[in-house]
Design a protein around this ligand. Structure first.
Ligand SMILES: Cc1ncc(COP(=O)(O)O)c(C=O)c1O
Length: 386
């Protein structure tokens, strides 16, 4: 593949930071994780930011801290990665899957309100900022108002949405809890990693304890500064092993500094694609409900409709033959055998997700793409679809 679906940008500062960590001798959670937490808390304007080893861990800790448990129900879109829903099962609760808006691919607060009215026992909503643009949160009909009206908690899956914004401010600045991902091909990466932000002191206290075995003191607090009492700790609950090592945090800190420059580079590519593919017949582009500069542009999906010149499978194959990588985000959860069988899910209940899924292909969009790379994608895609 000479234009793979994703390629990392050069990493001089990341290497220097990792070298510093290795030379310091402190590899697990420590001052680099704390530094990353301060950067996120400042960016999101939240009281707390807690670094963990994946977004899945952050979502799990978030659901747990909200007190969701067996018998509870949590609304989640079917169009997402399985992590958004599996964490609901981790705590013994049940996902209630909803369809997306056909133009933006986002959860629609009106559809959520209807699902809450229809279903007894909804305790929370997992809102997925799919592709990198925010779900409609503020305003009279926004998701925050809906959650408030029905007394339902709001957990945001912002795995795609750093550093995105909306009229309310940066993604992560409102709602009960927001979780970010630093997985290998995300908008910033630490290989594996995640962050949970919240303004709620009780949630933060619980997450802080549960991310490290339910121990009431973190390891940096115990062992930094030669404290004689480093061996003293209590286990308050059977917690998890979700802390972020400093090796990963050091990479994430270097990436954080470049996050806006990365976003702008992706924006330029996304704008170019939008202009080039907007007029192609049989092709649907995703509507941006936020201005272009507030979108993180993590994904650039196009949808090949019924009257497209070529079917999705052949399109992917032909692009691959000319060295261009693509991906598909995602096979909806109502198609996955575990969820489909356990909850007797019927594809007819998800018409918008279905029509997206039948033709969706994600094109490469990352800062390491050269102008020539972008030109090639534009010309090959146009050639195949014209
Ligand atoms: C929407 C969404 N949520 C959650 C995750 C999980 O992120 P992580 O790999 O950091 O656990 C992903 C990862 O692809 C994702 O796309």
């Amino acid at each position: 593949m000479n234009i793979p679906y994703f390629r990392l940008s050069s990493c001089e500062q990341e290497l220097a930071n990792v070298q510093e960590v290795l030379e310091s001798g402190w590899l697990t959670t420590g001052k680099w994780a704390q530094k990353l937490e301060s950067l996120f808390a400042e960016h999101c304007g939240t009281k707390h930011a807690l670094a963990v080893n994946s977004c899945t861990a952050a979502l799990h800790l978030g659901i747990e801290a909200l007190g969701i448990g067996p018998g509870d129900k949590v609304i989640v879109p079917s169009l997402t990665f399985t992590a958004s829903a599996e964490v609901i099962r981790y705590v013994g609760a049940d996902p209630i899957f909803v369809d997306i808006d056909k133009d933006t691919l986002l959860m629609d607060p009106r559809v959520v309100a209807e699902a809450i009215r229809r279903t007894e026992g909804i305790k929370a909503v997992v809102a997925v900022h799919f592709g990198g643009q925010s779900v409609e949160l503020d305003g009279e009909e926004g998701l925050i108002a809906v959650c408030k009206e029905y007394g339902v908690r709001l957990l945001q899956d912002a795995a795609h949405a750093f550093p995105a914004q909306d009229t309310y401010g940066p993604v992560g600045s409102v709602g009960d809890i927001t979780c970010f991902s630093f997985y290998a091909n995300k908008t910033i990466t630490s290989g594996e990693g995640g962050m949970l932000v919240t303004n709620d002191d009780d949630i933060a206290r619980r997450v802080k304890m549960m991310r490290l075995h339910g121990i009431d003191r973190d390891v940096w607090d115990r062992f930094s500064g030669n404290k004689a009492s480093s061996w003293v700790y209590d286990v308050k609950a059977p917690g998890f092993k979700y802390n972020m090592p400093d090796l990963n945090a050091a990479v994430a800190v270097a990436q954080f500094v470049k996050a806006e420059a990365f976003r702008e580079a992706r924006q330029a590519i996304a704008e170019r694609y939008n202009q080039a593919f907007g007029g192609l017949s049989g092709v649907q582009l995703v509507k941006w409900r936020v201005p272009v500069s507030r979108h993180s542009h993590h994904l650039f999906p196009i949808v090949l409709g019924k009257n497209s010149k070529i079917c999705r499978e052949e399109f992917i194959e032909k692009l691959s033959q000319c060295g261009i990588g693509t991906s598909v985000h995602y096979r909806p959860l109502h198609h996955m055998s575990y969820y489909r069988e356990k909850y007797s899910l019927d594809a007819e209940k998800f018409p918008n997700t279905e029509s997206y899924w039948n033709g969706c292909v994600s094109l490469p969009v990352y800062p390491a793409m050269s102008d020539d790379n972008v030109d090639r994608v534009v010309s090959e895609v146009s050639r195949l679809l014209t």
